[in-house]
Design a protein around this ligand. Structure first.
Ligand code: GCO
Ligand code: MG
Length: 403
């Protein structure tokens, strides 16, 4: 069996997505996601210029050897663009392999370890009243776990509170990123008050989560975790930037609020200390930015040794292809924790028809052979690329900060 061709499809049904399609001499094709929010064309060019020529003629069933070739063979290993492009190839090859076997991908990984994948949705509001309305809406849809993000008095725009509700999209159209103001004291004062009101309103029967989005220093994060303990959150996410893995030790010494980190990591080396020293409870890496199913499986196996469970990233800037692959992975992985599920817009769902479905708080990847996600190329061609960037943040005195 041989790879006979491959192409990159860039489409913008509301937001930009980069898709790799691999074709074989047996008439079976597979697709993978290569989307990096705000750097989409870097991944598209990397695939077209540096990866596709090396794929032609290879046996698509040798997904491990191709992974190693693209990782070791590049010499300048790792980095988000490289690892995302490797992931796109890996997803497409697992898709082909599972189609060839006539099985849904999860069967090739070891079969289902559970009946469905627990997911969390996003309740976003400009103030507490709006967040309460949103949580009620998600509960009515059947969600059992909900992430709550609120506007902060005194700050005009903050991460997690979008223009839309169900289809939250933080990137803004234009050639240059928008700038937003960030101020930590207001956020630290407001967040415990928010969760106090949420628990008072909804009780403890719903899992609540919160994303700090890298905006605190370790000692500030420790304070937040401590102040949220009475509200028993499922997790706080990205409490501080984790390039310095040791800094998590300080947060751990002060709080028992569970910690989730890893959506921006691109390999096992970014999280091995966090995992081995049990400095986190959930690893957020997913099949897209962390080198595909082949690499994520290694991260999850390491995490299992240290009681760390998975909590894959699942924002709308990850295409339905990533969601499909993540769900096959989640259905199998023994140390599964939870899966993020930020719903895609109807336009995106139409471009990427998929077999996965939602039922009473759980997603299931479906039984279609492969990963169960396709691309409608004719429809995709109607939505050309549009430059869009995530905002950047500055403190009141103009200092650059993490958005
Ligand atoms: C999340 C993430 C996203 C990111 C987005 C950036 O937890 O879902 O933090 O909201 O900001 O994926 O492209
Ligand atoms: Mg996040």
């Amino acid at each position: 069996m041989k790879i006979t061709g491959a192409k990159v499809i860039v489409t913008c049904p509301g937001r930009n997505f980069v898709t790799l399609k691999i074709e074989t001499d047996q008439g079976i094709s597979g697709i993978g996601d290569a989307t990096i929010n705000g750097r989409e064309l870097a991944a598209a060019t990397y695939l077209a210029e540096h990866v596709i020529p090396a794929l032609i003629g290879r046996d698509p069933r040798q997904s491990e050897d191709i992974w190693q070739y693209l990782y070791r063979g590049v010499y300048w290993r790792r980095g988000s663009v490289t690892m995302t492009c490797i992931a796109a190839v890996d997803m497409a090859l697992w898709d082909i392999k599972a189609k060839l076997a006539g099985m849904p991908l999860y069967q090739l990984l070891g079969g289902a370890s559970r009946t469905g994948v627990l997911v969390y949705g996003h309740a976003n509001g400009r103030d507490t009243a709006e967040v309460i309305d949103e949580i009620a809406r998600y509960q009515a849809m059947g969600y059992r776990a909900i992430r709550a993000q609120s506007g902060v008095p005194g700050l005009e725009e903050v991460y997690g509170v979008g223009k839309g509700k169900l289809f939250y999209e933080p990137a803004d159209r234009g050639a240059v990123a928008k700038e937003a103001l960030w101020s930590t004291p207001e956020y630290l004062d407001h967040t415990p008050v928010l969760f106090d009101k949420l628990r008072e309103k909804f009780g403890f029967g719903v899992e609540l989560l919160h994303d700090v989005h890298h905006r605190l220093t370790p000692i500030e994060a420790a304070r937040l975790g401590k102040s949220l303990e009475p509200y028993r959150l499922f997790w706080i996410e990205d409490p501080t930037p984790a390039e310095n893995q040791e800094s998590l030790r300080l947060i751990r010494q002060h709080t028992v609020t569970p910690i989730a980190i890893g959506e921006v990591f691109d390999s096992i080396h970014d999280s091995h200390q966090l995992i081995k020293e049990q400095l986190i409870d959930y690893i957020r890496s997913t099949v897209l930015h962390a080198g595909g199913i082949t690499h994520l499986r290694r991260i999850a196996d390491l995490a299992a040794l240290y009681h760390v469970r998975t909590g894959c990233h699942g924002a709308t800037d990850l295409s339905p292809i990533t969601m499909g692959c993540a769900l096959h992975f989640d259905l199998w992985v023994p140390n599964f924790g939870i899966q993020e599920y930020m719903r895609h817009s109807p336009e995106t769902d139409a471009v990427f028809p998929h077999a996965y479905s939602f039922d009473t708080g759980y997603l299931h990847p479906g039984e279609t052979p492969g990963h169960g996600v396709e691309i409608d190329e004719t429809l995709a061609a109607r939505y050309p690329y549009q430059a869009a960037y995530l905002p950047v943040a500055r403190l009141r005195d103009g200092t650059m900060w993490n958005w």
